[in-house]
Design a protein around this ligand. Structure first.
Ligand SMILES: Nc1ncnc2c1ncn2[C@@H]1O[C@H](COP(=O)(O)OP(=O)(O)OP(=O)(O)O)[C@@H](O)[C@H]1O
Length: 380
């Protein structure tokens, strides 16, 4: 019979063969046991396959408090938190370069930055190399300097920030505190909660401080502790700035009581962490405060601020019993038990010493046309 006609005229149906062998039976039970252990242990206990899950939805607001002396002036939160509010993060200035009393006018650039010999070296109207102003076209002597430099039309005098103050001017920022208000919800399970325990009174909240061991649920953090928790030295990061993450994890088993759904906090430095990084280290930016003088002219104080940006990241899952994933996982667990039969068949028909005998028992030919019947050994 050709291949095609053999395929067309043959029908294969499984046959039940009862093998009386302790070895085969033991192998079968062992594989079944492994599958049951996997389904119960991994799928149901570890992965909680009987629960439905949802990612946390959250909102975060922060309030920083504390005061410190810097440059013989007291700085409070309104001075060093820039801007006052940001979504999911806050910046605390720890060091700065102040250029006070700048007014609109003309002044020479630093001879080190824009040296010149004659006016022809300073093209009028062109932006200067530091992006601080526009060249007037004059080459002038800068103060008492021996060399000359291009004159610019800008906020004068220009900032000269060739060095970062060390130690950091706002060293006291280490003791500032931040209150993190975090509201979370799992809408699928109609669950809402805050990281501030309900029933906490004002003075208890004000006086608590987060501590991983002693008070892990207090929502007020000392900045020095946050930076230390990220494995960094506050006074070092305060010099040139950096970015630190405050991770809030909400992993809640909503089948348990409402009280047991609580956040856990961890901290991590998020920017390049090598303290010996010399090219573009840390984090800084400029901002200014404007004043109207008695004579009607405007002046400003330019501040180049170095500091730590704290980024609050909220993540986690809510889980609750649901019959659909339970049935699906039970069903796939039962289906998986069929693998035991497949593995045992392979052992019995291809691996065990008596495989030829078992194959004879397992496969049988039955033919309509001549009534022939007999055992068949399949091709190996
Ligand atoms: N960074 C912080 N460190 C310590 N306590 C704080 C901090 N931020 C807020 N608090 C205190 O937590 C409580 C709740 O703060 P919330 O901002 O909701 O109230 P508030 O009355 O507007 O606060 P306040 O006027 O004192 O800034 C207040 O008692 C507040 O003083």
């Amino acid at each position: 019979m050709g291949c095609v006609s053999r395929g067309l005229c043959e029908y294969e149906t499984p046959r039940i063969v009862k093998i009386h062998s302790c070895k085969v039976s033991l192998a079968n039970r062992l594989i079944q046991l492994l599958i049951v252990a996997y389904v119960v242990g991994w799928v149901f206990v570890v992965q909680r396959g009987y629960q439905d899950s949802e990612e946390v939805l959250s909102s975060v607001t922060t309030k920083v408090k504390g005061a410190a002396l810097a440059d013989s002036a007291v700085f409070d939160a309104a001075d060093y938190v820039v801007p006052p509010q940001e979504p999911n993060s806050f910046f605390v200035m720890t060091n700065f370069v102040l250029t006070p009393n700048q007014t609109q006018g003309t002044c020479p650039q630093s001879p080190a930055v824009a040296p010149c010999r004659a006016d022809v070296d300073c093209t009028r109207g062109v932006m200067d190399s530091e992006g601080e102003g526009l060249l007037t076209g004059s080459c002038v002597r800068a103060g008492g300097a021996a060399s000359k430099s291009c004159e610019v039309r800008a906020w004068c005098p220009l900032e000269h920030s060739d060095h970062v103050p060390s130690p950091a001017l706002l060293q006291g920022a280490e003791n500032f505190t931040v209150l993190i208000k975090n509201s979370v919800q799992f809408p699928k399970f109609s669950f809402f909660k805050r990281n501030i325990a309900s029933g906490t009174n004002g003075s208890a909240l004000r006086s608590c401080r987060y501590d991983a061991r002693r008070d892990p649920h207090c929502p007020i953090f000392r900045l020095g502790d946050v930076v230390a928790g990220a494995g960094e030295n506050f006074q070092q990061i305060a010099l040139e700035g950096g970015v630190v993450g405050i991770m809030v994890e909400w992993n809640c088993d909503l089948d348990l009581s409402w009280e047991r759904c609580r956040p856990s906090y961890s901290f991590q430095r998020l920017d390049a962490r090598h303290s010996n990084e010399t090219i573009a280290p840390g984090y800084n930016f400029r901002f200014s405060r404007y004043f109207l003088n008695a004579n009607g002219t405007e002046s400003r104080a330019l501040i180049k601020a170095y500091g730590v940006r704290f980024v609050v990241q909220v993540y986690g899952q809510g889980r609750k019993f649901n019959i659909i994933p339970t049935l699906m996982n039970v069903g796939s667990g039962i289906a998986l038990l069929g693998v035991a039969t497949v593995v045992c068949d392979v052992l019995v028909l291809y691996v065990f010493k008596r495989r030829h005998f078992y194959r004879e028992k397992k496969f049988k030919d039955a033919c309509d046309e001549d009534g022939v019947e007999g055992d068949r050994t399949p091709m190996t």
